[in-house]
Structure formats: structure tokens, C-alpha cells
Design a protein around this ligand. Structure first.
Ligand code: MTE
Ligand code: MO
Length: 509
């Protein structure tokens, strides 16, 4: 008896799941990013038009990656079900569709920037496992005349099929979980952070001690926002990692992690902001970074003709991601860092272990390359970075902005004195003033928290009476150290960062 359509489709899906789980496990043992699902996902990310990417980041926030992976998985499973249905009528066609799917994954894996021949191995495993499962669970065989014969096997009884497919599903779940565990290994384990040649005093008490709703002065590593194009966090081996400094320099050279650790390290408190941060958004954080001055690294290489128009440093990451930073921003007195430490710990894998750039005053995509492996001195004419190719701004200073942390949007508050507070940043010039306007009334100054440095955010707080029950609007704006007031014209995040003034509406009861 030929298996039913539903069963054939189900077998197609189980075959694909089993194959992907096996491939994921094998990838975890070698290179996580070569996993068929992750490879296809990454290929999709790199090829997605900017408008769709911006839309996805806005719709799904940091969940954009799970959503993408889920879409890839659903698409794959639909095609796998089709392969099962095809196999029921014409076995070779079913196998062909399944193998075509795996072929796609293999070519996606091979298109990863760091790919070598080994990147096809997980896909090969996927192909073998998926084909084997299809063969075993779908008891039809092509006969000599090209037709199909149902053949007697343990799988043509209901009980046999349930046991067989159940076993495959359980094994796949085990492989997937094990693979995930392995790929979550922590490359920073056992690393002790060297001490700084030049330390900073501990941060003073921030306003979060006055009101817990206000963002802490320092963002803990576990709570620091993460934005990157990498689907699986690159796990870089510190012993084989190298940083190459080359391009238009007289003395190109290479540094190891051990070299970096023995260089004079400095500490800097820097607030990093993502260009994708909406007004009032969460893609911003303040941390104490430990690293060497990029200016010193470049000086040692002896940059040729530093004043050449359009001088930039193209930094490259292990995952192929690239960033263009104006040479001046890396060599002036702002102390752009090649950082190896974050808040007293080795740089976490998610934030660029073993080393990343941190450039004060510029959005992350123009100065803060994670998992950095190469700094090439060149010009804007000669080389284009990842996001520049996708039409984002070439050079993008952070736009000053004030964020209201409390009260929350649409919060119900009791009438009386209300605490309004948050953080504001105006990198390179510093936060000189934060003002609040309630119900469009005149701006009134808020009290400011400790001033760490011009590149660090400042907390602010204002206690204001809200005595009329009903709907009230609260707005906040920052003025930077040069006297420039926050731009109130609304701009979307694309192409050079959002602007406008945040407004929070509360209901007073
Ligand atoms: N290798 C790599 N580095 C990267 C990115 C990336 O996608 N890949 N994203 C950049 C962007 S857009 C930002 S805002 C910062 C974010 O750094 P974080 O994830 O440590 O907060 O990293 C930058 N460095
Ligand atoms: Mo960003």
C-alpha cells in the first residue's frame, strides 16, 4: 500500500529536520556558522535589501534574528513536505528536491567570508541523513518499470511508523540541543584581564540610586545591547587570532592577542550608540573599555600621507563584516580604542572577543568593529564598507538625544509630584543641559547626574507636579556642550540616525 499523502509530507519534514539537526551538530564541532540553517540565514541577511532590513529591525527589534531563522525554517519545511509528496509518486524527484535544498545550504555555507572546503561537511551530513530518513520512513521503492512499489517494511504499519519516526525525531532533538550547547561555548573562559597602565577611578554613584527606574550609569555586560549581522556569535580562538595593520603604511605588521595584552592599556568610559536606535530607543549603552589607543597602533605602522583627502581605515571582522572609519577619528585625542576588556571583564564573545574597535562619537557601524582582524589604511574611493554598500551614511556622528526612562509610555500615575528621568548623550561635546516640557509648556531644566566625560551619557531627573487628572505629555531634550539644542525635526534611522524629540504620554489618576 502506498503511504498516504499526509504521511509522505510528514516524512519529508522529518527527513529535513533530522538532516538539519545532524548538520547543526557537526557544524558545532567544527565551524558553527557552516550549519545549514545558519548559513542560509546569513546568506539571506547579506542579500536582504536595506529597506526590508530596516523594516525587520523596527518590527522585531533584537528578535529579528529568531524571526529570520524561523522564516527560513518554515520555508525549508514546506519544501521538504513537497519533497515527501513527490517521493510518494516518483522517488527520484523527491530525493532530487531534498538534495537541491541541501545544495542551496552548501553554497550558502561556501559563500561565508571565512569559508574553506570544510564548510560543505555539515551540508554533506545533512544530505546523507535526510536521504536515509526519507528512504527508511517512506516504504516505497521504484521498480524496474519506473513505477513505485510499496514494499513491506516495519514502516507500513501505523505502530512501526510511529516508533520509527518517533526515534528519528528524538535523535534529531538530541543532536540539535547538543549542537546548540557546543556552539554556545565561551571562548573567554580562563582569560584573565591584564591590568591597565592608566586606570580610572571607579564611577561615582549615579541617579539610579535615587530612582531605580533611571538607567544605571554603567550598563552591565549582560544587559548591553547587541547589534550585528552575525547569526552565530563568532567564537574566535585567542591563540590563533591576529590583527593585521596594513594598506597605505610604511611598516605593516601583525599583532597577536598575547602582544596586545603586554601593550600599555588604558581605560575609557564610552557610550556607544547604534544608528538603528529610534528616538527613545534602547540601542545605547555606557561601559568602561580597556584597550590600546588605535592612534598608537597606526603611528607604529607609519601612515603614508595621512592628510590625503578621503583617508579612511577599513576594518575587517572575522565574519567578513567591514567598517569605514575616518582616519582622523582614530588618530585625534578622543582615544579611539582597540578594546580587549569591557567593564572589568574580557570582552564577551557577543561584543567582539578577543578585540574590537570602540570609536567615541561615531555610531557603531562606522567605528566599533567587533571580532576585528584587520585595519587597512586606504581611501573612501578605494574601498567601501558593508553598510556603505547598502546605502547607509559613510561617516555618521552620533546625534545628541535625551531619553525618558520614567514614567513609561502610557503609564498610569497618581496625581501629585511625579519623578521624570532618564539618560541623555551628546558624544564629543558632552551633555550640558537636559530640559523637560510638560503639555507643551515652557522647557524647564532637569537636574543632571555625574559628569563622567564628554563621550559618556548623563543621567537626569526632574520632579514635577502633575495635579490635573487625565492625559499629559512629557518631552525631553538635550543641549550639548557647544550650546547646540537637540534637533526636533523627525528623521528615520536610515541613513544617518534618527532625530526628533521623544514624547511620553501618561494618564494621571
Ligand atoms: N563584526 C561586526 N562588528 C560590528 C557590527 C557587525 O554587524 N559586525 N555591528 C556594528 C554596529 S551596527 C554596532 S551599533 C555595534 C554594536 O556593538 P555591540 O553589539 O557590542 O553593542 O557594533 C558594530 N560592530
Ligand atoms: Mo549599529
Amino acid at each position: 500500500m502506498t503511504p498516504s499523502r499526509a504521511r509522505a509530507a510528514l516524512v519529508g519534514i522529518i527527513a529535513a529536520v533530522a538532516g538539519m539537526a545532524a548538520g547543526h551538530l557537526v557544524a558545532a564541532l567544527t565551524r558553527a556558522e557552516a550549519s545549514p540553517v545558519l548559513a542560509v540565514g546569513s546568506a539571506v541577511i547579506d542579500r536582504t535589501p536595506t529597506s526590508v532590513k530596516t523594516w525587520a529591525i523596527r518590527q522585531f527589534g533584537t528578535a529579528d534574528k529568531p524571526v529570520l531563522l524561523a522564516s527560513v525554517a518554515v520555508g525549508t519545511l514546506l519544501l521538504a513536505a513537497a519533497a515527501g509528496l513527490l517521493a510518494r509518486r516518483w522517488l527520484p524527484a523527491g530525493f532530487a528536491l531534498l538534495l537541491a535544498l541541501v545544495g542551496l545550504a552548501a553554497s550558502a555555507a561556501l559563500s561565508r567570508p571565512a569559508a574553506g572546503a570544510a564548510y560543505v561537511v555539515p551540508s554533506l551530513v545533512t544530505a546523507v541523513v535526510a536521504a536515509a530518513v526519507l528512504w527508511v520512513l517512506l516504504p516505497v521503492r521504484a521498480n524496474a518499470l519506473g513505477g513505485l512499489t510499496a514494499y513491506p517494511s516495519g514502516m507500513d504499519t501505523r505502530r512501526g511508523f510511529l516508533i520509527g519516526s518517533g526515534a528519528v525525531v528524538a535523535a534529531s532533538a538530541g543532536a540539535a540541543v547538543l549542537g546548540q550547547r557546543l556552539s554556545e561555548s565561551d571562548p573567554t573562559r580562563g582569560v584573565r584581564l591584564p591590568s591597565a597602565a592608566q586606570t580610572r577611578p571607579p564611577l561615582p554613584r549615579g541617579l539610579e540610586t535615587t530612582d531605580r527606574q533611571i538607567t544605571p550609569l554603567r550598563t552591565p555586560n549582560a544587559g548591553f545591547y547587541r547589534v550585528d549581522t552575525a547569526l552565530s556569535v563568532p567564537k574566535v580562538d585567542r591563540d590563533s587570532w591576529e590583527l593585521r595593520i596594513d594598506g597605505d603604511v610604511r611598516k605593516p605588521y601583525t599583532l597577536t592577542y598575547a602582544d596586545l595584552r603586554t601593550m600599555p592599556l588604558i581605560e575609557r568610559d564610552i557610550t556607544m550608540t547604534c544608528v538603528s536606535n529610534e528616538v527613545g530607543g534602547q540601542y545605547v549603552g555606557g561601559a568602561r573599555w580597556l584597550g590600546v589607543r588605535v592612534a598608537d597602533l597606526l603611528a607604529r605602522a607609519e601612515v603614508i600621507d595621512p592628510d590625503h583627502p578621503g583617508r579612511q581605515v577599513l576594518s575587517r571582522s572575522v565574519d567578513g563584516f567591514t567598517v569605514s572609519t575616518p582616519l582622523g577619528a582614530l588618530t585625534d585625542d578622543r582615544d579611539a580604542l582597540l578594546a580587549i576588556g569591557m567593564n572589568g571583564a574580557p570582552l564577551p564573545a557577543t561584543h567582539g572577543f578577543p578585540a574590537r574597535l570602540v570609536t567615541p562619537g561615531l555610531y557603531g557601524f562606522v567605528g566599533s568593529t567587533k571580532w576585528v582582524t584587520r585595519l587597512t589604511v586606504t581611501t573612501y574611493d578605494a574601498a567601501e564598507a558593508y553598510w556603505t554598500k547598502r546605502d547607509w551614511a559613510t561617516d555618521a556622528p552620533v546625534k545628541p538625544s535625551a531619553r525618558i526612562d520614567t514614567p513609561a509610555s502610557l503609564a498610569q500615575v497618581k496625581r501629585g509630584v511625579v519623578t521624570i528621568g532618564g539618560v541623555a548623550w551628546a558624544q564629543r561635546h558632552g551633555v550640558a543641559k537636559v530640559e523637560v516640557s510638560i503639555d507643551e509648556k515652557p522647557w524647564q531644566p532637569a537636574q543632571l547626574g555625574p559628569d563622567i566625560n564628554v563621550d559618556y551619557w548623563r543621567q537626569w531627573i526632574l520632579r514635577a507636579p502633575l495635579s490635573e487628572p487625565g492625559r499629559h505629555s512629557i518631552r525631553a531634550r538635550v543641549t550639548d556642550g557647544s550650546g547646540r539644542v537637540q534637533d526636533d525635526t523627525r528623521a528615520p534611522v536610515f541613513p544617518s540616525g534618527s532625530s526628533g524629540i521623544q514624547e511620553v504620554v501618561v494618564m494621571v489618576t
